[in-house]
Design a protein around this ligand. Sequence first.
Ligand SMILES: Cc1cc2nc3c(=O)[nH]c(=O)nc-3n(C[C@H](O)[C@H](O)[C@H](O)COP(=O)(O)OP(=O)(O)OC[C@H]3O[C@@H](n4cnc5c(N)ncnc54)[C@H](O)[C@@H]3O)c2cc1C
Length: 449
Amino acid sequence: MPDYDYDLFVIGAGSGGTRAARVAAAHGARVAVAEEYRVGGTCVIRGCVPKKLLVYGAHFAEDLKDARRFGWKVPDLCEFDWSCLQANVLSEVDRINAAYTSTLESHGVEIINTRAVVTGPNSVRLADGREVTAERILIAVGARPAIPGCEGAEHGITSNEVFHLNAIPKRILIAGAGYIANEFAGIFNEFGSKVTLINRSDVILRGYDESMRDRLLQISMTKGIDFRFHAEFEGIEKGEDGCLTVRMSNHEPITVDMVLFATGRVPNTEGLGLESAGIEVDDKGAVPVDADSRSTCPSIYAVGDVTNRVQLTPVAIREGQAFADTVYGGKPTRVDYDCIPSAVFSHPPMAGVGLTEAQAKQKYGTVKVYLSDFRAMKNVLANRNERCLYKMVCEAETDVVIGLHMIGPDAPEILQAAAIAVKARLTKVAFDDTIALHPSMAEELVLMK
Ligand SMILES: Cc1cc2nc3c(=O)[nH]c(=O)nc-3n(C[C@H](O)[C@H](O)[C@H](O)COP(=O)(O)OP(=O)(O)OC[C@H]3O[C@@H](n4cnc5c(N)ncnc54)[C@H](O)[C@@H]3O)c2cc1C
């Protein structure tokens, strides 16, 4: 057998790469991981973690208003200090980055802080020109924000830059309609920015249940977010005063202080050298893999966003774990992609698992749908005219719950627990048999009509 420098060389120390590297090393493999930016990857450094902390920070705007109805004397002018929140968020990111680094090191994984590219089925070149060999290579390079090819696009920012702003913009235009666009629309709106969200089509959050999307749209508009649909970017011009004027199809131009592109994410395979190992990426730039995350080159595997299966952190982690357990742990494991819960951390948040009503009808013809449309007790006292909506979709004959969707305070927290029941294929009767926990919002799950 040839003498390789490593048993496993991982490219990318994000969610999938760090899990695979750590577990493979724990199973006894000699592992190195190359990272061109920061250990922790998108989720920890410029994704889920800092975003969720901003969502918490932003939501205080509503909590402070509501607090008055609960007897608290809150001054009319509550000052918000962005630099304070930003510094605290970034130092939490540093803390997690350090924790990830030390976990890898304590498992004997060599961390190489540089870009790496593939030069063959068993070889990788580092940025300093050094070539290293490995019996297997794991591609875990994630994805990056897509930027529209319009004139003046260089004046816009993406989620990569949004955590490092010097100040909160007075007016922001967000392009896109996916979860990242809607989450940042909510965040900036709560911070007091005038938010305009523009989208090519007239649908936000494609793939989520229609009733939840409609409810979020309605609540977001009530909160002051402007939506412009069928608006295709035509160009951005920067004025002498630094303001950005955005031209778009079907609408008047709009002048703002900042443009944020949240127009999708593309796998990070450009210039990665995959062709040197005979790997052809698909039309989206993703690495095609089989159920064991193995690419068309037998010594090269890929996990996480770069494979464009389901672009979520827990999925990348599962894929990394399954790869390491299968290849190094003698424990063949495959990821089950059925019933993956997901959330949109908007204001209010929404979350779902399983089939949407439309998907279920398409698959089964007839389905049973149960709804609960209610105002949370806290919102009633706060005079906040914002209704929650829960929807349960069941197979018509068996009553097995095949989809559960909700929008309202704490929806992601509630849904994660309920997703266990959906994954276990419990029926509506099992929900009904469970006595309500009162008073709570979650009790609506066992009281649905
Ligand atoms: C703003 C935002 C919010 C998000 N919110 C959520 C959420 O709430 N919940 C959720 O589940 N998911 C969320 N995601 C998605 C989640 O971050 C990704 O699905 C997850 O990080 C994918 O993990 P990964 O290991 O595939 O890639 P990543 O975590 O992106 O890691 C890839 C790593 O590879 C490095 N790299 C790339 N090329 C090279 C190279 N050639 N050499 C060396 N290193 C390289 C990169 O620097 C990066 O650190 C969010 C993403 C964004 C952008």
